[in-house]
Design a protein. Structure first.
Length: 353
């Protein structure tokens, strides 16, 4: 029975009293959109919305019907409330202007409406990721308003649509998890003040890209795979769900490290994941839970964005492992790792000279 337990509405209103009280109302609208999406995704093949559209998004990816529908759901739930100066999404080339009939506010909502969409037709957990920034004044947002470092986020969160629907959130006072009580429609605080264990023996990376990785990542992953027989003297486990939300959720629940590094499959791309609506919100949640989030060469939240859909390398999770990866990148960049010669690296000297 959940009567008397803290609901999401109560939590955000209490946490945002004062300077950010309007943001409390915005977060409640986001939660309403999440409930709508949970209903849609939960229907699976009965929703009539499985499969792909003929259209592609700004990343050149074929859009799933659910990508477009979930994007619509968030726009409709959030555009009318009066807290927003503008919105931006993975599924829209340019920022979305608040329709003229609605009042404007000073917050900016940036989101990935359906993360892990390659899994949406195969009944594997998918999610929604969001980040909230602010402008100094209320009014119509300019594209440049969205290009703020992640450290300036006033809130971040994700919803995971799995066996249960959860919403994990930070407004800068820790990271907290809420579970949807379907009968009442309330999000109940079930995971207050989540902490990521400092150390871990579990890593997540798409190893099919191994031959394209930089040597520091090849070094780190081969050491994990060598387990007890190698310098780590401990066995590691591996996971890859191909839904970033599900990987990050697992790490918040039991620790681990998630990596989507830079690779030379497409040298023009600095990474696969998008800075503003994937890397930044997840980095805030992980850091607020005591973990770390890096590009391998620096804190993700310090990256100054240059474009709305820019990509970055992502390594996040248990602090000790992220620090070790940063050290390997530093040793590689400074040449201090030269003794670590392995056939793999000797062969792949692409990154050296
Ligand atoms: P979108 O589904 O929002 O485009 O996100 C990208 C993503 O699906 C991440 O959720 C996931 O971590 C990664 O791509 C999976 O990549 P890959 O297809 O290489 O396994």
């Amino acid at each position: 029975m959940h009567i008397g337990r803290t609901t999401l509405s109560k939590f955000v209103i209490e946490q945002t009293r004062g300077a950010h009280s309007e943001m409390g109302a915005l977060l409640i609208d986001v939660a309403a959109a999440v409930k709508t999406i949970s209903g849609l995704v939960g229907k699976g093949a009965l929703s009539g919305f499985s499969g792909s559209m003929a259209s592609t998004n700004v990343q050149g990816e074929v859009q799933k019907k659910l990508d477009v529908l979930t994007n619509e759901a968030i726009l409709r739930h959030c555009e009318w409330g009066g807290q927003l100066a503008g919105m931006a999404s993975e599924e829209m080339d340019a920022p979305y202007a608040i329709p003229a009939e609605y009042p404007r506010g000073r917050y900016l909502l940036i989101f990935d409406p359906l993360d892990g969409s390659s899994n949406s037709d195969v009944n594997v957990s998918v999610g929604t990721i969001f980040s909230i920034l602010q402008r100094s004044t209320a009014g119509d947002a300019e594209p440049a308003d969205f290009l703020q470092p992640g450290a300036r986020q006033v809130a971040a969160g994700y919803a995971i649509y799995g066996p249960s629907t959860m919403l994990v959130l930070s407004v800068g006072t820790g990271t907290h998890g809420f579970t949807l009580h379907r009968e009442s429609g309330n999000f109940i605080l079930t995971h207050p003040d989540i902490r990521v264990p400092e150390t871990t023996r579990e890593f997540a990376i798409n190893t099919s890209n191994e031959r394209f990785w930089e040597p520091p990542v090849q070094r780190y992953v081969s050491e994990c795979k060598a387990g007890k027989t190698g310098i780590r003297e401990a066995d590691f486990n591996m996971r890859w769900i191909a839904s970033m939300v599900a990987e990050v959720h697992r790490i918040l629940m039991r620790g681990g490290i998630f990596m989507y590094p830079k690779d030379n499959k497409d040298p023009a791309k600095p990474g696969r994941l998008r800075l503003l609506y994937e890397a930044n919100p997840m980095a805030m949640l992980i850091e607020q839970a005591g973990g770390a989030a890096s590009t391998g060469r620096g804190r993700i939240l310090d990256v100054v964005p240059e474009a709305l859909h820019q990509r970055v390398p992502v390594m996040l999770g248990s602090r000790e492992e992220v620090k070790r990866l940063e050290r390997y990148h530093h040793e590689y960049d400074t040449g201090a790792d030269r003794p670590f010669a392995s056939p793999l690296f000797a062969e792949r000297s692409l990154f050296r000279d």
